[in-house]
Write a protein that binds this ligand. Structure first.
Ligand SMILES: C[S@@+](CC[C@H](N)C(=O)[O-])C[C@H]1O[C@@H](n2cnc3c(N)ncnc32)[C@H](O)[C@@H]1O
Length: 262
């Protein structure tokens, strides 16, 4: 397929099928090219996540499924981190790397193209994060394990994922055969972190407007992309995601957990 060249500053992890990745993530590009943060979060929530992570000068930080790089870019504006953003989409890294080069950062960031699961366990990082990519590690618990395994003792992680609302009734959802019933509760997520030897620092819950805003931006992205690229009309996908959201919002919410490895 036609695509821009991969900038030389993007490091490709061994075994990455670069051409396959351009093709596979093209629909995601069409649905997110107007976003900065590609998650149900606004600057307010992202900033609260950064406060809780508390990056310090020279901290080594890795963000798996980094998208357009907002978390690391904001971190590198605050302090002189040594950051790495990993993503399997060349499209998002193209944007992340262009954004990094357009701004004066206090810290440095490398961009790695590759499979999140293949990020080595060594060296151990001070901060390890994954916001909205928990399927990569087969769910919340797998993500907590994967990030914790890559952290030094005392290091901090952040995981962004969906969970059941406190008021949701799992039994009735199960009886109704609703897929949301399989989503973890706040207590289950907290218990996983504790069981893995992580001390919870905070949970930052996004308001519904943030989630809704994300989906409106998906619709706007799909509309704009279809106008400029008639062969890439993903408006049906954007509309289906909005429908799913309208159903999910009744029982689910989005939050980011920040925890410290003991
Ligand atoms: C929902 S977006 C979140 C992006 C970013 N964390 C943010 O908050 O803006 C999910 C990201 O996961 C990336 N991704 C999907 N599968 C992946 C994989 N197997 N390994 C690494 N990244 C992956 C996508 O390209 C996308 O950028």
């Amino acid at each position: 397929m036609d695509h821009p060249p991969l900038p030389a500053d993007i490091l490709v992890l061994p075994g990455t099928d670069i051409e396959g990745a351009w093709e596979r993530f093209y629909p995601f590009e069409a649905l997110h090219h107007l976003h900065e943060i590609c998650n149900p979060m606004r600057r307010t929530e992202l900033s609260a996540v950064l406060d809780a992570l508390g990056p310090t000068n020279r901290a080594h930080a890795i963000d798996i499924a980094c998208g357009h790089g907002d978390l690391l870019l904001d971190m590198a504006h605050r302090v002189s981190i040594v950051g790495v953003g990993v993503d399997l989409s060349p499209w998002v890294l193209l944007r992340a790397s262009a954004r990094a080069s357009r701004t004066d950062l206090t810290g440095t960031i490398e961009w790695w193209l590759g499979e999140g699961m293949e990020v080595p366990r060594q060296p151990q990082w001070d901060l390890a994060t994954c916001l909205g990519g928990s399927w990569i590690f087969h769910g919340f618990e797998g993500t907590a394990r994967a990030l914790s395994a890559r952290l030094r003792p005392g290091g901090r992680l952040a995981i962004g994922d969906l969970r059941l609302r406190k008021a949701a009734d799992r039994e009735s959802l199960q009886e109704a055969g609703a897929p949301e019933a399989a989503t973890l509760t706040v207590g289950e997520q907290a218990a996983i972190l504790t069981r893995l030897g992580l001390e919870v620092i905070s949970e930052i819950v996004s308001p519904d407007e943030a989630w809704e805003g994300y989906h409106h931006a998906v619709i706007a992205s799909a509309d704009a992309y279809a106008q400029d690229h008639p062969d890439a009309d993903y408006r049906h996908l954007a509309a289906a995601w909005m429908e799913d959201f309208q159903r999910d919002r009744l029982h689910l919410t989005w939050s980011v957990w920040i925890a410290r490895k003991l």
